[in-house]
Ligand binder design. Structure first.
Ligand code: HEM
Length: 499
């Protein structure tokens, strides 16, 4: 906190202002005049008039009840009237662009004393720039939009476009050609999956679940079928406007009666009499970004089986908001197609070959989800380590309790055992999500009532706990995929082995 301009005041002087009509306190060497504020204090008046608080150094009491960000709010900065003579503020919250010094808060490759052969100096420079961008541009919009439920601000989308972030979020590939990435920090030819991992993980760290999906999560899963299976003509029209944040696309597969069993979809597409258009009828449910999408990558039942078709918003396409357990920022939609039309040229892949399009698309989606899931767990560990250090129980930090340390150990071991493997092998493991759910449950226990409260100290824990089940559903339910893994392993069992 910048404090050089503040008047110097002695502790003795502060001590004289300890009455309701003249109330000062000290937090981290800064003197606050709470005389007028006390009646508006969300925590009430009496706590401020306590003889150990009024006119005293209330630093420890303050940080066991408030996040640092409370002090950063402009309305509370105005309460500062001075600084203790001979002392300096030493406590800080999140510093934009900086790595956290809290153990396990950062991926191993970014932690002091570790070296990874997989990340180069170029990746480190890139990470620094991406973090600064997310801290400065995305973090506050994420908080505000989660609160008001509106779409991510177009100004954030435009700033991401300027760095070609939307294009980079699609991973390496031809779509990057001719684009200047992150102000030239990496070339389209050298951009690799570790760069993409960095973006996904910084995104997960700075953002919130609904907002993260709202900030063009639909494009991350809806555009690959166009990139990989669309005609050159279709790509030339769609890809630039989507990657430049001017038009929005979503993936419309799941239906009220079909989820992981994609072959059970009931939306139909039949050809018009002249054979030039698809006519689409049916509905889709839980479609991320659907409420504001201009394009829909739609899974349809066709004469030959299952076909994926790009549909543009127009007559016969209606979208409405679904209320989910995260914010409406994600634009999660129920979509109806009522004789909606799309040119035959909008077919993605072969007619009847839709399952191949969808299955190949899942790979990138699950890779992104794993990167994000692993990173979010570290964010929760950081919250828990900070909380258990600053929260005092029975006169000692919360982490002096062995049961609490045991929960921390579980969270840390889950994050540590999965992340390096993920980064090393691009290993797509649905176990990630199970780990996240265990960590969410432990974190709530550590935070107590605050872990289920949407504001204040535990707000990120509450949010994580409320939204983590999504990770086990998206991209195919984790139970279905885990079972697939076991069945594949069983198929590979040698016939001649015995115990
Ligand atoms: C500059 C001084 C202070 C400011 C600006 C301030 C502001 C706030 C705010 C904004 C909240 C709502 C917390 C949230 O939901 O995010 C709050 C809650 C609270 N504050 Fe303060 N506060 C100050 C000092 C103090 C002090 C010195 C105490 C003394 C112990 C205190 C005790 C509390 C309590 C008990 C709550 C309720 C916490 C809860 O619901 O968990 N506050 N305060």
């Amino acid at each position: 906190m910048a404090s050089t301009q503040l008047k110097r005041i002695s502790k003795e002087e502060v001590g004289k202002h300890n009455q309701p009509d003249d109330l000062w306190i000290i937090i981290d060497a800064v003197v606050y005049d709470l005389t007028k504020f006390k009646a508006m204090h969300p925590g009430g008046l009496s706590v401020l008039l306590d003889p150990e608080i009024a006119g005293q150094d209330a630093t420890e009491a303050f940080f066991s009840l408030h996040r640092y960000e409370v002090l950063e709010r402009p309305q509370y900065q105005r309460l500062r009237i001075g600084q203790i003579d001979g002392e300096k503020p030493s406590i800080h919250g999140r510093i934009a662009g900086e790595l956290s010094k809290v153990p396990y808060a950062e991926p191993t490759w970014l932690s002091d004393g570790y070296h990874s052969p997989y990340f180069s100096e170029g990746h480190r420079t890139f990470q620094k720039a991406v973090r600064r961008f997310f801290d400065e541009v995305v973090y506050h919009d994420a908080q505000d939009r989660e609160a008001d439920g509106k779409r991510p601000s177009q100004s954030v989308i435009d700033k991401m476009t300027a760095l070609n972030m939307h294009a980079m979020r699609m991973g390496p590939g031809k779509h990057l050609q001719g684009r200047i990435l992150m102000d030239g920090l990496v070339t389209p030819e050298t951009f690799d999956y570790f760069h993409e991992l960095i973006i996904t993980q910084e995104f997960a760290r700075s953002s919130l679940r609904g907002y993260g999906d709202g900030l063009l999560g639909g494009k991350v899963i809806g555009l690959p079928p166009v990139l990989n299976f669309g005609s050159e003509e279709l790509k030339a029209k769609i890809v630039p406007e989507v990657l430049d944040g001017k038009k929005f696309i979503c993936l419309a597969i799941s239906e009220a009666q079909a989820g992981s069993d994609v072959m059970g979809l009931q939306t139909t597409a039949v050809k018009s009499e002249d054979g030039k258009e698809w006519i689409i009828n049916g509905s889709k449910k839980w479609i991320t970004n659907g409420t504001f999408a201009d394009y829909f990558t739609v899974g349809c039942k066709t004469e030959d089986g299952f076909t994926v078709i790009l549909v543009e918003r127009g007559p016969g396409v209606e979208t409405k908001q679904i209320k989910t357990s995260y914010s409406t920022t994600a634009g999660t939609a129920y979509i109806t197609f009522d004789n909606a039309r799309a040119p035959i040229g909008n077919t993605l892949g072969e007619e009847g070959g839709g399952i191949f399009v969808i299955l190949s698309n899942f790979n990138h989606e699950r890779w992104v989800m794993c990167c994000a899931s692993a990173r979010s767990q570290r964010g929760i560990i950081e919250e828990c380590l900070k909380w258990t250090t600053q929260r005092k129980v029975f006169g000692k930090p919360l982490h002096s309790q062995a049961v609490i340390r045991s929960k921390l150990a579980g969270m840390i071991s889950r994050a540590e055992s999965k992340c390096p493997k993920l980064a090393r092998e691009h290993h797509v493991s649905d176990v990630q999500y199970g780990c996240g759910q265990d960590t969410a449950r432990d974190a709530v226990q550590v935070f107590g009532g605050r872990g289920i409260t949407q504001t204040g100290m535990g707000k990120f824990i509450e949010h994580y706990h409320r939204t983590i089940p999504f990770d086990a559903l998206l991209g195919g339910a984790e139970d279905v995929l885990a079972d697939l893994g076991v069945r594949q392993a069983l198929r590979a069992m040698p016939r001649d082995v015995r115990l």
